[in-house]
Write a protein of this length. Structure first.
Lengths: 182, 386
């Protein structure tokens, strides 16, 4: 039997699944006690969230934003290195889930505390560099990049005055993308 | 605080993360197209090219407190002048991202007859705070157009006149070279020449590079710093010679490159470009960077001029740092004050020391790519057009 993943159950607990996914999940839940218990746990935890929001002097919205950003980054990184998906629901036991969540919460809280002060911009200088997809300028938390056309062989050349260019053949002409530090 | 409270807090924190996980998935639903007016494409009224069509597939998505913007712009331009266009440069500026980040998209090796349309693609990624001032995210402007007779149109704020003219001169030089091979040895000789070029292109080692501005001090992690003096290659017909050059080198970082050149010609020179090759600890050479010497007021005949760039360059290959073991330079481009441009002769670049290290010219890359995709007949047909 293929169980819904934890994200699906969490979304279902909050009523956030689309119609088709909701129907499929409910169909599965009708026959699976294990997933019903997981769902019940999510619903119970959801009810506790209101109390969590009553903690004073905590910017929960901002913390949630940082968490979302970190989780999103984790998901993207996970896609790159993910092993074949595991089907067993036991792989996500409550203890493991709690440990994972606590780790993420700690990381997010650290980032939040680090960034909430006046020195928000982590890097001082501007950097222009080659990347897997093109040339990118980074200045603090802001970035601007020009992307190469996928699949073409690219020649990169740096300009010592502070630039990097990427050159490639595009149909019947040559495109040169250049990004300057300033 | 009692254990129960800690337990409760841990559990609640965990569940807030679980719902954050769900929220992360829901964020995908917030992705959307950019609002109207986010991209401003601006060509002067008297420009020799007109914007015919603009297809925009850009979209933005939230990344925590930042906004990630994927910008995919497909422009169709038409040559509304009377001469063939050989090159075009667009200035791409983002006022919002990277505090005025500036870039350019340049097309060379064009052959666009009067009245013909041609496509230009601009693919960008921007990351900026989600709370930002209103106004266009990206402004695209025409910086220059080069015609077949080397006449130039445009504000030239990026030095496009020189860049496009040099590319066109290299293109003419290399087309002529391939034509001479064809004339001497026939199609099979041309095929051999193209295959040799493709083999060199495939084997040429390339570095990834990171350039930063205003690096006053090298990181201690890089190890001791030393002054690396350049050795120079000299071409017989070069109007300018490089007389001195050095950089502060520590492991894979070179900073504050300094170059000095002398004008050997009888004309004032306003720009010199020196190609900089680095050698790693195994003796393998790589094309590292271009070093400019800019003198808007002109370098008089016989005079020397130079400059120091307040930049640091770090080199890597296959994600591994490349330790710099030596530096070689040669003059690769000269712009005279009258606007004429000199580029090295093919025979000088075909030396063993350079041929396997330097990238081919844009035109050589285009022509060999044409052969690779469409075969010898297509290449012969293309060479006949010039």
């Amino acid at each position: 039997m293929k169980h819904p993943d934890q994200a699906t159950l969490a979304l279902h607990a909050g009523g956030d699944l689309g119609a088709i996914a909701r129907w499929r999940t409910e169909r599965h839940l009708a026959h699976c006690g294990l997933c019903r218990r997981e769902l019940a746990a999510y619903r119970s935890d959801r009810e506790g969230l209101a109390e969590l929001h009553s903690f004073p002097n905590v910017a929960w919205g901002r913390l949630a934003s940082e968490m979302r950003a970190n989780i999103r980054l984790g998901l993207i990184a996970g896609e790159c290195v993910a092993p074949p998906p595991r089907r067993s629901p036991l792989a996500w036991s409550p203890a493991r889930l709690a440990a994972f969540a606590a780790g993420l919460a700690l990381a997010a809280a650290t980032v939040w505390m680090e960034w909430s002060g006046p020195g928000f911009v982590p890097a001082s200088g501007a950097v222009v560099e080659t990347t897997a997809g093109g040339v990118r300028l980074t200045r603090g938390s802001q970035a601007m990049g020009l992307l190469n056309r996928a699949g073409e062989k690219v020649t990169y050349t740096a300009g010592a005055q502070g630039s990097v260019e990427a050159r490639y053949v595009d149909t019947n002409c040559v495109t040169v993308n250049q990004v300057d530090v300033d | 605080m009692s254990i129960n409270i800690w337990r409760k807090l841990a559990a609640k924190t965990a569940f807030s993360v679980v719902f954050g996980f769900a929220g992360a998935i829901l964020l995908c639903a917030q992705d959307g197209p950019l609002p109207a007016g986010s991209i401003n494409v601006n060509f002067p009224d008297d420009a020799p090219v007109a914007l015919m069509k603009s297809a925009d597939q850009s979209h933005a998505s939230a990344r925590g407190a930042a906004l990630a913007i994927d910008l995919h712009l497909a422009l169709t331009l038409r040559n509304i002048g009377s001469a063939s266009i050989r090159g075009l440069a667009l200035r791409v500026v983002s006022q919002e991202a990277a505090l005025g980040g500036k870039g350019s998209v340049t097309l060379t090796s064009l052959n666009i007859a009067a009245g013909d349309a041609f496509p230009v693609r601009i693919d960008m990624q921007l990351m900026r705070p989600s709370q930002a001032a209103a106004g266009p995210l990206v402004e695209v402007a025409l910086d220059g157009v080069l015609f077949q007779n080397l006449a130039f149109y445009g504000p030239n704020r990026l030095g496009s006149e020189r860049t496009l003219t040099a590319a066109e001169m290299e293109a003419g030089r290399d087309r002529q070279y391939f034509k001479s091979v064809l004339a001497r040895g026939g199609p099979e000789a041309l095929r051999r020449e193209v295959l040799n070029s493709l083999a060199r292109q495939a084997a040429r080692p390339q570095l990834d590079v990171r350039v930063s501005r205003g690096h006053a001090v090298t990181s201690a992690a890089l190890g001791p710093e030393r002054t690396e003096n350049f050795a120079f290659l000299r071409f017989p017909d070069s109007p300018v010679e490089a007389v001195a050059g050095r950089a502060q080198v520590a492991f894979n970082e070179a900073r504050e490159p300094r170059i000095q050149v002398r004008n050997l010609s009888k004309e004032p020179v306003r720009y010199v470009e020196v190609r900089w090759l680095v050698r790693d600890s195994n003796g393998q050479e790589y094309m590292a960077a271009k070093l400019p010497v800019s003198a808007p007021e002109g370098i008089a005949p016989g005079q020397t001029a130079g400059g120091t760039e307040e930049t640091a360059l770090q080199f890597r290959r296959n994600n591994q740092p490349v330790a710099i073991g030596g530096a070689v330079g040669f003059v690769s481009q000269v712009e005279f004050s009258n606007g004429k441009v000199w580029v090295p002769a093919r025979v000088d670049l075909d030396r063993d020391t350079l041929r396997d290290v330097l990238p081919p010219s844009a035109e050589e890359e285009r022509l060999t790519n044409l052969y690779r995709r469409n075969g010898l007949d297509a290449l012969l047909l293309e060479l006949k057009k010039y």
